[in-house]
Write a protein that binds this ligand. Structure first.
Ligand code: HEM
Length: 425
């Protein structure tokens, strides 16, 4: 299409810039990659700072260029996470205004509270602390692939493999008993899959409140137990932490568990399933990686860029701020579109090419700045462990049906990836 035309055509459908903005408020748009990519490419080109007034949502600016997302993330004194860190419906916003946040996790708060809260576990997530996990992750990866081998040569990789391993990792780190893993799996899926009828508990706001209450009940008991009987797990670090000599409030403590259990789960699982799917769709890259395992680090980051499991976070301006030629007024919110930034032609050479050796790869999948993903190193280690175990044991692998993406406007990826394979024991 000629530059300057404010519309885009996919198949038989022509989309205007105005319609493209609705991609961010429509869970089905993320489940339809060509449509989403056409919408965001159009916005990057024609309206990179774009005002969206979606039906049922309070308005916001959609930010689609890599450089602009980066700029906003680094200005954390101007662009705050409070009061709107994640896009919800106008009804959700109203409820939050009236009753406060259901949770107060790291992503809900700003400095100085954010710095103090993050300090509670920051050391725990440093590379030198995580290094001791390597052997444990290798063992979990082996158990995961062994289970896949036992499934008779066909499985749904998203459901049977990818969703299991990150959950096992994070729950093991938290120190929860294995018998509770299925319950946590269901709760995290109900929380993040709220827009997808296959995953959610029910369609109403009350259902989400009930899911959060279940998290509270479970983690209140855990906190009490770890205060009485501390161990060396992450739950004990959080339960016994102090800020200015005071223990965390129950809301802060429980929110910490919930973010660890949820942020570390569907995100990493989506990167795993989407990563394998990308390798299947690009057999030359699969072969290249099998022949040269030293590419594993760059391959993992490319999978994370390719999939971009977190679709957005939001910030709200505290003062008027001019971005490109547009003024974002104090009190207005911006939506940072990470999938769009990760396909920005100005930031990546050939961004629509899946390249397991891509370097540099300054993707935005983990965000940037003070809220940069605390678990980024852990997520990379998990993906590396899984693919390091899986690839050498595969004699063959192919798609055995249609993959399907989750409907979501926040976190997600493939919910179904049927594969047929020959795996060595
Ligand atoms: C591929 C997997 C993952 C992706 C794509 C991802 C992505 C993100 C993104 C985009 C943010 C917000 C960054 C920002 O606002 O600038 C974030 C924050 C966070 N992530 Fe992850 N994440 C992943 C895995 C994990 C894991 C394994 C954990 C482990 C517990 C984790 C824990 C967190 C926490 C605690 C925060 C909040 C940090 C803060 O606000 O200070 N994430 N993540």
């Amino acid at each position: 299409m000629a530059p300057g035309i404010r519309s885009s055509t996919i198949g038989s459908m022509t989309m205007t810039v105005h319609e493209a903005g609705f991609a961010f408020v429509d869970p089905t748009a993320y489940a339809d990659e060509p449509r989403f990519e056409a919408a965001t490419a159009l916005l990057r080109r024609e309206s990179p700072v774009h005002w969206v007034e979606g039906p049922g949502f309070n308005p916001f600016w959609a930010i689609t260029r890599h450089a602009d997302i980066f700029e906003i993330e680094t200005k954390h004194q101007i662009f705050l996470n409070e009061p709107r860190p994640v896009l919800g419906t106008a009804a959700d916003d109203q409820r939050r205004k009236e009753h406060g946040d259901m949770l107060r996790t790291l992503i809900h708060v700003d400095d100085p509270e954010h710095r103090q809260l993050r300090g509670v576990t920051a050391d725990w997530f440093l590379p030198k602390s995580l290094a001791t996990l390597d052997t444990r992750l290798a063992g979990l990866a082996k158990a995961t692939v062994d289970r896949m081998a036992g499934l008779g040569g066909e499985c749904d990789f998203a459901r049977d493999v990818a969703i299991q391993m990150p959950l096992n990792v994070i729950l093991a780190i938290l120190g929860l008993p294995e018998s509770d893993y299925p319950r946590m799996l269901r709760l995290t899926q109900e929380l993040f899959g709220a827009a997808d009828e296959d995953l959610r508990r029910g369609g109403s706001p009350e259902d989400i409140v009930a899911v959060v209450q279940d998290f509270f009940t479970y983690f209140t008991a855990l906190t009490e137990h770890r205060r009485a009987h501390p161990t060396d797990d992450l739950a004990s670090v959080v339960a016994n932490a102090t800020i200015d000599g005071e223990p965390l409030t129950m809301m802060q403590t429980i929110s910490y568990y919930v973010i660890a259990a949820t942020a570390g789960h569907d995100t990493t699982a989506s990167a795993m399933a989407g990563g394998l799917h990308a390798l299947l769709e690009h057999p030359d890259q699969l072969e290249r990686l099998r022949n040269d395992p030293t590419l594993m680090n760059t391959a993992v980051d490319e999978m994370i860029r390719w999939v971009t499991p977190v679709k957005h976070f939001m910030r709200t301006a505290t003062v008027d701020y001019t971005l490109r030629d547009t003024t974002i007024e104090a009190g207005q919110s911006v939506l940072l579109s990470y999938p769009s930034g990760n396909r920005d032609e100005d930031a990546f050479v050939d961004p629509f090419r899946f390249d397991v050796g891509r370097t540099p790869n300054k993707h935005l999948s983990f965000g940037f700045g003070v809220h940069y993903c605390l678990g980024a190193m852990l997520a990379r280690m998990e993906l590396k462990a899984l693919f390091t175990e899986l690839l050498p044991r595969l004699d063959s692998i192919e798609l055995a049906g249609e993959p399907a993406l989750m409907k979501t406007i926040f976190v997600g990826g493939l919910k179904r990836l049927p594969v047929r394979y020959e795996l060595r024991a």
